[in-house]
Design a binder for this molecule. Sequence first.
Ligand SMILES: [Fe+2]
Length: 295
Amino acid sequence: MLNVFKLGYVDFHVSDMDAMTTYYEQIAGMTLTETDENGSAYFSTSTDHHNIILTPSQETGIRRFGFQYESEHSTEAVVEHLHSLDIQAEVKQQTSKTVPEVIAFQDPEGYHVELYRTMDMLPANRRGFKPEGIVPNKVGHLSIRVGDAKQQVEFYKKLGFYNTDWIEDYFGFMTCNRDHHVLNFFTSETKGMHHLAMEMRNYQHLIQTLDFLRLNGIHLLWGPSRHGAGHNIACYHYDPEGNLIELFTDGDIYIPELDMFDPRPWHNDFPQKPKVWSTEECLSLWGVDFEKALV
Ligand SMILES: [Fe+2]
């Protein structure tokens, strides 16, 4: 009925559009593809019209996020299916010029989620990738703070997501494709995004990017080191409005048909299957002290 397969875009409330536009264009290496009549700026890092949206606001932080889906059924039938799962979804037309229709709802924690079937692609002679900057493969995953990670995990399972790992009982990982995680939920007393992660091509790309960040006055908060859950090599910095940005590479590949991850030499478990990790064994497999303030 519903195959959600990709994290498509993340929209931020932005109070300093100049600083954030400079970061996403010149530091992240994305292309500004459009500014609409409300002042929202759209950035691409792919063939999609947009993967990041910056919306002028008095506040900062995450505003909404969108997943691409496919279905052999009509939009109305998908919405009916969601209603049968107790998800109060509605169809909205043209939430941006390049997305003709979305299915919109709030998750149990009140985050605004959109499912879209199609988005305009950039013309063949134009692509989101820039020659310089972070230039990620893609916006890989989104981590958000919630009151109850377990409730969120159960909710997103209804949308077809797999629960790939836990850190104890407070940090749940979920995927809708073969990446170890596309979404994760962190039980916290505060709400809001925990981090947004951009996927690097490989370790060499990651290291070159860290030099690029330093030359542009951006300091790392932690890493690089290899995490346990997901096994991604990760490091973190802030964008100009304090949104935590992870750069990562080499994450686990999930095989849903086998409920296991593609084996890698650095795995302790063979097969490596979804499991509950302890905090201590999970945050840094290389023994680099994790910056606890980030959790
Ligand atoms: Fe992450």
